[in-house]
Design a protein around this ligand. Structure first.
Ligand SMILES: [Cu+2]
Length: 340
C-alpha cells in the first residue's frame, strides 16, 4: 500500500492487520465449535436473482460457506466482480496484490503464514490484553506492509448479490474476508492470478459520482434516485486510520429499528464486537480500499427506502464517513449527514 510515509510505515508493518485475516481460525474451544458449526451449516440461503450490467470482464464469485468460489486465473483490465453470498453469514471480498519483495514474488504459500498472527493477536484482544495483542503484529514479515489493497466488493449480507468493477493489474493476488464470527476472523482466503490482457481497457460510464477522503469523508456529488445505478467511487486520498487500515465504502439498507450508533461502532475490527457477525444492518456491497487516485464502480439497483454509506474505519460518523440517504417512491431523495 502506498499508503504511507515513514511515520506510518512502522505502524502498518506492526499491524496492518486486517487484511489478513484470512484464515484465522482459532483453537479456542467454545469459539471454535461455534464457528465450525456455522461453517458446516447447510442452511439454504435464497439469493435474489439480479441482472446487473457488467463492465469489462465479468467474474462471478460465490460464497456458500467459509469459501470463495471463483476462477483461479483471470485476465487483467477492467473487471466486474459479481459476488453472490449464499452463506448464512455476512462477508466481503477484498483483493490483495502480493508484492515482489527483494526480487522474489510473494506467493499464496507465503501469505498462509499471516493468518496465525492475527488469530493470536485477536485471541489476546478478545480477553482484554490489547497491548499484548497488538504486539503480536511484530511477527509479521516485512513484505506484509507492501501488500496493495486493490479494491473488491464491500460487505454483503446473506442472500444478497453485489457487484463492483475495478481495474486489476497483472500479478499474484489473494482474495480475503476478515469479518469475524464468534470473535474469530473468517478463514476465507483464495489465490487469484491475473494474467496480462489488453481487451478490457474501457472503464464503466457512471450514473452517479462520489468521493472518499480523510479530508472530506464520503461526498455524494448527486442525489441518488430509485433504479439502476453505476456509482463511481473516487479515492481522493488514502491512508491508515486508527485501526491501521485505510478507508472504503459500504452500502447498508436501514430499517425503522436500525441503531446507527451500533452500526457506527461495529465498523472497526480492533474491538471484540467489531466486525463480528451478525451485522447490525443488511449490507448490499460497496467498494473496498484502494490506493489514492483509483476509482471503483458499484452497480446497484436502488429501491425506495433508507440507506447509509459507511466506511470500515473506527467511528466513521466522526469522519463524515457514515452518510444516510433516503430514496423515495417518487424518486426524490433526501440526503442526510450522519445520524439524524
Ligand atoms: Cu467472511
Amino acid at each position: 500500500m502506498r499508503i504511507q510515509k515513514s511515520k506510518f510505515r512502522i505502524l502498518i508493518f506492526l499491524w496492518i492487520p486486517l487484511l489478513l485475516i484470512g484464515s484465522l481460525i482459532s483453537c479456542k474451544n467454545g469459539e471454535k465449535s461455534e464457528l465450525s458449526h456455522q461453517m458446516n451449516m447447510e442452511e439454504k440461503v435464497v439469493v435474489e436473482k439480479v441482472t446487473l450490467p457488467a463492465f469489462g470482464n465479468l467474474v462471478e464469485v460465490k460464497t456458500t460457506g467459509m469459501n470463495f468460489i471463483l476462477p483461479d486465473e483471470i485476465p487483467s483490465g477492467w473487471t466486474t466482480f459479481r459476488y453472490s453470498n449464499e452463506s448464512p453469514l455476512t462477508h466481503f471480498m477484498l483483493i490483495d496484490k502480493l508484492p515482489v519483495y527483494k526480487g522474489k514474488q510473494i506467493t499464496y504459500a507465503d501469505f498462509e503464514n499471516i493468518p496465525p498472527v492475527f488469530r493470536d493477536a485477536m485471541d489476546l484482544i478478545n480477553t482484554g490484553k490489547n497491548d499484548e495483542g497488538f504486539a503480536e503484529f511484530r511477527r509479521l514479515p516485512e513484505w506484509f506492509a507492501q501488500i496493495i489493497f486493490s479494491g473488491g466488493v464491500g460487505l454483503v449480507s446473506p442472500g444478497e448479490t453485489a457487484q463492483t468493477t475495478v481495474y486489476v493489474q497483472p500479478g499474484t493476488y489473494v482474495i480475503e474476508c476478515y469479518v469475524k464470527t464468534g470473535g474469530i476472523f473468517h478463514p476465507m482466503t483464495k489465490q487469484l492470478d491475473v494474467r496480462q490482457d489488453l481487451l478490457n481497457e474501457t472503464p464503466p460510464v457512471p450514473t452517479l459520482n462520489m468521493a472518499i477522503s480523510k479530508e472530506g469523508g464520503i461526498e455524494m456529488h448527486e442525489t441518488p434516485t430509485a433504479g439502476l445505478h453505476t456509482i463511481a467511487v473516487q479515492y481522493k486520498d488514502q491512508g491508515p486510520h486508527e485501526h491501521f487500515l485505510g478507508h472504503d465504502v459500504h452500502l447498508a439498507r436501514l430499517e425503522k429499528d436500525t441503531n446507527l450508533d451500533e452500526l457506527n461502532s461495529w465498523m472497526t475490527w480492533t474491538t471484540p464486537e467489531g466486525l463480528n457477525t451478525p451485522a447490525p444492518v443488511t449490507f448490499l456491497g460497496g467498494a473496498q480500499e484502494m490506493p489514492e487516485g483509483n476509482t471503483a464502480y458499484i452497480t446497484v439497483n436502488l429501491k425506495s427506502g433508507s440507506y447509509a454509506w459507511v466506511a470500515e474505519v473506527p467511528n466513521p460518523a466522526s469522519k463524515n464517513m457514515l452518510k444516510t440517504f433516503t430514496v423515495s417512491r417518487d424518486e426524490t431523495v433526501r440526503i442526510g449527514g450522519g445520524k439524524d
